[in-house]
Write a protein that binds this ligand. Structure first.
Ligand code: PLP
Length: 390
C-alpha cells in the first residue's frame, strides 16, 4: 500500500517541475497584441470590423465545416442552436448531468426543461445504452414526435457534451436521435480540435456550440461559435445573434426579436491570433497527456487510478487531463485535492451533478448510477499547453 496523495504529488513534481501550476492557463504567444492594436487604431473595437469574419472563416477552415457564426459566449451559441433546432417552451431536452451548468441553462432560457440521462465511465458522455433503455421506458412516439409519457411533454432534442474534450459516442447517439425523432445539437464547448472517425465534434447533428472562454483550449476572452454544414441555418444564426437587423446601409429594420449575441471585433482579433497557434497548443496537450500516461497508467499507480485516454476511433484535444480513481480509493480524493493544491498544482473535482443543483433538483432524470460514481472519482490535473519541460 503506497501513500497515494504523496505519490501523486511526487509524480507532478517529476512531470511538471516544482513551480506552481494552475489547472489551465491561456497562452498568448502570437499576433494577439498586433491584432488588438489594429482594432484600437482603426477604432473598430465592437460590432463592426474585419476580425469577426476572418475569425469565422479561419475557424471553419480549421474545423472543416461550411459555416461558423461567432457569438458572445458558448452559452449563447448553445441557446441559439437549440432555438434553431426547434426547441420550444415546454419541450424537454435530454442531456447528461455531468456537464457544465451552461448546457442546462441554455435549455432553460428557452423555457424548455432539461431532462438528465446517465453517462458512461469511458468517455464521460451520454451512454447510448442507458439512453435507449430510458427512452424505451419513458417515451412514446405520437404523430412522429417523441413524447415523455409521464410528463406529457414533447422531447425535442438531445444535447450531448464532449466532456473535457473527449469525444463521446456521437455516432451511436446520432442513430438514436434518428430513430426517436430527436434533433441532435452538440455541446462542443470543450472539444475544439477533437474529432470522431475523422469528423470534427459538433458536426454530427444539426448544429454544434463552441466556447472561447478564458479557460478553454483557445480563448477570445469571452465568446463562442455556432458551427454547422447547413448554410440556411447559419444565415438564421447570424441574423438572430445580431438583433435580427435586415442589412441596409442606413435603415434600422428588425424583422423579429433578435439577440445581441454577436462577438465584438476585439475578441475576434484575439481569437484569430489564438487560432494561428492552435496546432502547437494541441501538440503540447498531447505530449503532456503522454507524459502523464507513462506514470499514471503504469505500476504502481495504475492499481489505484487511471489517466483518461482518447477512446478508439477518436482524437481528443486533451483540454483537461483527468485521473479516475478506482472505487476503493474514492474516499482518498479530497486528500489528493488538498495536498496537490497546497503545493500549488491546480487540481479540481468534476462538477456537481446538475440534478443536485437547487434549480434542477426536481427535473426528470433516468437512473444515474455511473454519473454518481464519476462525480466522486474524477480529478482534473494541471493541463497547461506550455512547453517548458516537455
Ligand atoms: C464552457 C462551457 C460552456 C459555456 O461556455 P461559455 O463561453 O462559458 O458561455 C458550455 N458547456 C460546456 C460543457 C462548457 O465547458
Amino acid at each position: 500500500m503506497i501513500d497515494l496523495p504523496s505519490e501523486i504529488l511526487h509524480s507532478f513534481t517529476t512531470i511538471l517541475g516544482d513551480k506552481p501550476l494552475p489547472l489551465h492557463q491561456p497562452i498568448f504567444s502570437g499576433n494577439e497584441i498586433k491584432y488588438l492594436t489594429d482594432c484600437i487604431e482603426t477604432t473598430f473595437v465592437s460590432s463592426v470590423g474585419k476580425y469577426v469574419t476572418e475569425f469565422e472563416l479561419s475557424l471553419a477552415n480549421f474545423i472543416g465545416c461550411k459555416r461558423v457564426v461567432a457569438t458572445s459566449s458558448g452559452t449563447s451559441a448553445l441557446e441559439i442552436s437549440l432555438k434553431l433546432a426547434g426547441v420550444c417552451p415546454n419541450d424537454e431536452v435530454l442531456l447528461s448531468p455531468l456537464t457544465f451548468v451552461a448546457t442546462a441553462n441554455a435549455v432553460s432560457y428557452i423555457g424548455a426543461t432539461p431532462h438528465f440521462v446517465d453517462c458512461e465511465d469511458t468517455t464521460f458522455g451520454i451512454d447510448p445504452h442507458a439512453l435507449l433503455e430510458w427512452l424505451n421506458h419513458m417515451s412514446v412516439l405520437e404523430n412522429g414526435q417523441c413524447v415523455n409519457k409521464f410528463t406529457n411533454r414533447r422531447i425535442k432534442a438531445l444535447v450531448p457534451t464532449h466532456v473535457f474534450g473527449l469525444p463521446c459516442q456521437i455516432v451511436e447517439l446520432a442513430k438514436i436521435c434518428l430513430d426517436y425523432n430527436l434533433v441532435l445539437v452538440e455541446d462542443s464547448a470543450e472539444s475544439l480540435g477533437s474529432s470522431y472517425s475523422g469528423l470534427h465534434t459538433g458536426l454530427f447533428g444539426l448544429l454544434g456550440a463552441i466556447s472561447f472562454n478564458g479557460n478553454k483550449i483557445i480563448t477570445t476572452g469571452g465568446g463562442g461559435a455556432i458551427i454547422t454544414n447547413d448554410n440556411a441555418l447559419a444565415d438564421r444564426a447570424k441574423h438572430l445573434t445580431t438583433t435580427a437587423k435586415v442589412p441596409h446601409s442606413w435603415n434600422y429594420w428588425h424583422d423579429e426579436i433578435g439577440y445581441n449575441y454577436r462577438m465584438p471585433n476585439l475578441n475576434a482579433a484575439v481569437g484569430l491570433a489564438q487560432l494561428e497557434s492552435i496546432d502547437q497548443i494541441l501538440l503540447n496537450k498531447r505530449k503532456l497527456q503522454s507524459s502523464y500516461s507513462s506514470v499514471f497508467n503504469n505500476l504502481p499507480l495504475n492499481e489505484y487510478l487511471g489517466l483518461v485516454s482518447e477512446p478508439k476511433n477518436s482524437v481528443s484535444n486533451y483540454w483537461l487531463n483527468t485521473l479516475i480513481l478506482k472505487n476503493k480509493y474514492i474516499p482518498i480524493r479530497d486528500e489528493i485535492l488538498k495536498i496537490t493544491n497546497q503545493h500549488g498544482y491546480g487540481t479540481r473535482p468534476v462538477w456537481s451533478l446538475l440534478n443536485r443543483l437547487p434549480m434542477y433538483k426536481s427535473n426528470p432524470h433516468s437512473p444515474l448510477p455511473t454519473a454518481e460514481i464519476l462525480e466522486m472519482s474524477l480529478i482534473n490535473i494541471p493541463s497547461n499547453p506550455i512547453n517548458t519541460i516537455l
